[in-house]
Write a protein that binds this ligand. Structure first.
Ligand code: AMP
Length: 425
């Protein structure tokens, strides 16, 4: 079967590398792809915002399945248009993608289906939101309803900060994403990411991970797209995963089906695990980046087969087979990231790093100039390693980082600290 994968990040390199090993694959195309996907697939220049062009490509290249990496094509209804053209796709419809696209929509679903989450209210103007915040007190969390590139969430430790957040969002800082505000209780606990594959009515637990959002060691500095991750998340024991499936994923799937918008694809639950158990912070409707780069190296099943079962509504697997090993990834970013990354510097010795035991490199923002590898963008490389323990995976990943010669890059030196502290305690 021929496959079309959409996206261009480290996540898509990991997806492409894994899909390229599937026995059922004839040819893998990636639009637009990156330096890494070019090594295991054919990159194509296709404007994915032009759905007619995507459908045309699928018809002329006999594409049996489209896999969509990022959220933007999902939110813009690419799956709906592919569906109308009779082309199977792994990913949710535009309506089902509201689980990521609207925080208010998701919170209302949680309330209707008793899904554990922070208590909340929705607001369309500032004064009632502020009155609610004053009545609740700080700490409290203020969120723009729509997609705001991960920046529309303000965890306010003081009342003044929360009130200012309301003005910021309604003042237009996040454009249309801030037309509505959700104010919710501050949750305490440990965060973890949980992924389930869904076929519209059935869900299958896939894997767990934990990431590091802040730019610098010790979880300091500005928020980023993610500076590293590891899988599994030690807090996500089998018992905790079963609770998340029963209390969060299954009722969500039921709710979506009952509302006439069945969810197909991967449901990514951002969780807070506290003393009362797991609570949902947010849903994403696609794989995480960099979480995918640590989950897929552990996968022992055929990913194409799993994606196809989801797309066609026949997900009958009872569980996913994963290596018990840990995979850990370190994001190597260009200096200046996240505010103003410096592009154009040369990265050397990647081939040497890739030859090291248990190490895989995923490209996120690189380009080739002849034989030279050049940084292009903020998050540039994911240096991933497997190990029997988190500590071993971390040691291998940083040994590979140290072989790479890139003075204009930086990375955190403490990826996995929380899990390693648990291993050694
Ligand atoms: P979100 O974009 O909704 O995942 O929020 C981004 C980050 O804000 C999360 O990863 C949490 O660290 C934090 N956060 C969001 N909601 C809450 C909450 N209710 N309580 C505590 N922290 C939160």
């Amino acid at each position: 079967m021929n496959l079309l994968l959409i996206g261009s990040g480290g996540r898509e390199h990991a997806l492409a590398m894994t899909l390229s090993k599937s026995p059922g694959l004839t040819h893998l195309y990636v639009a637009p792809g990156n330096t890494g996907t070019a090594q295991c697939a054919t990159n194509i220049a296709l404007n994915v915002a032009d759905h007619a062009a995507v459908i045309d490509f699928c018809s002329t290249h006999d594409i049996g399945l489209v896999v969509i990496g990022p959220e933007a094509p999902l939110v813009s209804g690419l799956v709906d248009d592919l569906d109308k053209a009779g082309i199977p796709a792994f990913g949710p419809s535009k309506k089902a993608a509201q689980l990521e696209g609207s925080k208010g929509f998701t919170k209302d679903l949680c309330r209707a289906y008793h899904i554990p989450t922070a208590d909340y209210e929705r607001f369309t103007s500032a004064e009632p939101a502020k009155a609610y915040i004053r009545a609740k007190g700080a700490p409290i969390v203020v969120k723009a309803d729509g997609l705001a590139a991960g920046k529309g969430v303000i965890v306010a430790m003081s009342l003044d900060e929360a009130l200012a957040a309301v003005d910021l969002i309604f003042g237009g800082a996040f454009g249309a994403a801030g037309a509505e505000v959700v104010v919710e209780d501050f949750l305490e606990g440990e965060e973890a990411s949980f992924f389930a594959l869904c076929d519209g009515t059935r869900a299958l637990a896939f894997a767990s991970a934990q990431d590091h959002k802040r730019a610098f060691d010790g979880d300091k500095g500005p928020n980023t797209g993610g500076m590293g991750a590891y899988s599994p998340a030690p807090i996500m024991t089998d018992a905790m995963s079963a609770r998340v499936m029963d209390e969060i994923i299954t009722p969500t799937l039921r709710g979506m089906a009952e509302r006439g918008m069945p969810f197909k694809g991967v449901l990514f639950a951002g969780l807070m695990i506290g003393t009362q158990g797991p609570k949902l912070i947010e849903f994403n409707v696609r794989f995480g980046d960099p979480e995918t780069q640590v989950m897929l190296p552990r996968l022992e099943d055929d990913l194409l087969e799993l994606f196809l079962s989801c797309a066609k509504g026949h997900l009958t697997n009872s569980h996913v087979h994963l290596s018990p090993e840990t995979a850990l990834t370190v994001v190597y970013a260009a200096q200046g990231y996240p505010d103003a990354p410096i592009s154009g510097s040369e990265i050397k010795n990647c081939a040497e790093a890739e030859r090291m035991e248990g190490v895989t490199l995923y490209h996120a923002g690189t380009r080739r100039e002849g034989e030279r590898l050049i940084a292009q963008g903020g998050r540039v490389l994911n240096i991933t390693a497997r190990g029997r323990t988190v500590a071993e995976a971390q040691k291998r990943a940083y040994a590979a980082v140290d072989v790479i010669d890139w003075p204009q890059g930086f990375c955190r030196r403490d990826i996995g600290w929380r899990a390693i502290a648990k291993e050694t305690s």
